[in-house]
Design a binder for this molecule. Structure first.
Ligand code: GLY
Length: 364
């Protein structure tokens, strides 16, 4: 089991990564001395597949235990679901000495983390990501929140977990669609880090898609390390952390316009294609690099299908996105691997062109 330490101004916390490490949770929790009054928020799909793992852990460890089953999907990442979690915390008499444990993907982690941050002015919080996307990205860094109407994550907080535990064994029960979603964030990190990592990802796509253990744990660890470093330097996204949103402004617009039929990680892959198109269109990305770069999201194009889209609607949603409060969309764009520009504004025509061009590759 590998241990990485995330350092932020308010809190340092460990991220444990390894195969079959869920059974070490009790030991890990003891080391960190978090409260034994456990409130579990568990993704229903995960619960049905891994009921025995959860029961084994909870029987041994807890003073008090409640398992809140959550049907994780973007449409349920809302006030009603949040209220249900808070209502259970109150009616089951959980106090300040509570540890909320999120077990599931990014949606489960986001809503459980937000509930933890506001319940009793903040209770302890453990992230157990069970999807590839949440393992490589959302479980680390402390972004929590819910959606409201047509805006993603517009209500939320920065609330770092006390512990993150990534058991790569859990990834083996994921459907293909979830692996593709995780690949969206992994490809994002390929552009953000350095050319060596970019080439590693490019050369190992097939192995990653089948979760080959010779590479998967190493890549999860590399993404977590990179993100941890960025978050430790800019926890609240005042500058550097914005690079982690590469492709995401387009992705949020696409997800919402497609009524969440395209999942977040899939939308990130399309969003990366749109962002690369815009980077080229405004002259930031040289044509000589463009072919190599666009080929990475496009290597997954057969795994995602869109039948049609309304470019104006996507553009309107993007304008409402939290990254563009002054109605000017701020983009993260690419000059080269490891060289990104944040807060870039662009002409409406160039944005519309990039949406059309980026999505066109995925139309079936
Ligand atoms: N997923 C982007 C971030 O955590 O900042």
């Amino acid at each position: 089991m590998k241990k990485n330490e995330i350092k932020t101004s308010g809190k340092n916390y460990p991220v444990y990564i390894g195969a079959n490490i869920f059974d070490s949770l009790e030991k890990v929790i003891n080391t960190k001395k978090v409260y034994r009054n456990l409130f579990l928020v568990v993704d229903k799909k995960f619960q049905s597949l891994h009921r025995q793992d959860i029961t084994r852990f909870t029987l041994n460890y807890s003073n008090k235990i409640y398992l809140h089953e959550y049907e994780a999907c973007e449409a349920n990442k809302n006030f009603e679901s949040l209220l249900r979690i808070l209502n259970d915390l109150i009616t089951k008499n959980y106090g300040r000495d509570t540890t909320v444990i999120a077990i599931g993907g990014g949606i489960t982690g986001d809503i459980a983390g937000f509930a933890s941050s506001i319940y009793s002015r903040g209770v302890q919080f453990v992230q157990i990501p069970t999807t590839l996307l949440s393992a490589v990205d959302s479980s680390v860094g402390g972004k929590t929140g819910i959606n409201f109407e047509e805006t993603k994550n517009i209500i939320g907080s920065f609330y770092q977990p006390d512990i993150v535990l990534i058991d790569t064994e859990f990834l083996k029960t994921l459907p293909d669609e979830e692996i593709i979603c995780g690949m969206g964030e992994i490809i994002k990190y390929a552009f953000l880090t350095d050319i060596k990592f970019f080439i590693t990802i490019k050369n190992n796509l097939t192995k990653l898609l089948r979760l080959d253990s010779s590479i998967t744990t190493k890549i999860v660890e590399a993404c977590v390390n990179f993100k941890g470093d960025v978050v430790s330097r800019d926890e609240k996204e005042s500058g550097l952390r914005k690079i982690l949103n590469f492709g995401h402004t387009f992705a949020h617009g696409i997800e919402i316009e497609q009524n969440f039929k395209v999942k977040h990680g899939q939308a990130v892959i399309i969003g990366l294609a749109c962002a690369i198109e815009l980077s080229k269109k405004i002259g930031l990305l040289e044509k000589s690099l463009y072919n190599d770069f666009i080929s990475l999201p496009l290597a997954l194009k057969d795994k995602i299908a869109i039948s049609g889209f309304d470019v104006e609607h996507i553009y309107e949603i993007m304008k409402r996105d939290k990254k563009g409060r002054d109605q000017k969309i701020k983009f993260v764009l690419l000059k080269d691997v490891g060289s990104l520009f944040v807060d870039v504004e662009a002409e409406e025509n160039d944005i519309l062109h990039s949406i059309r061009q980026g999505i066109s590759y995925f139309i079936k």
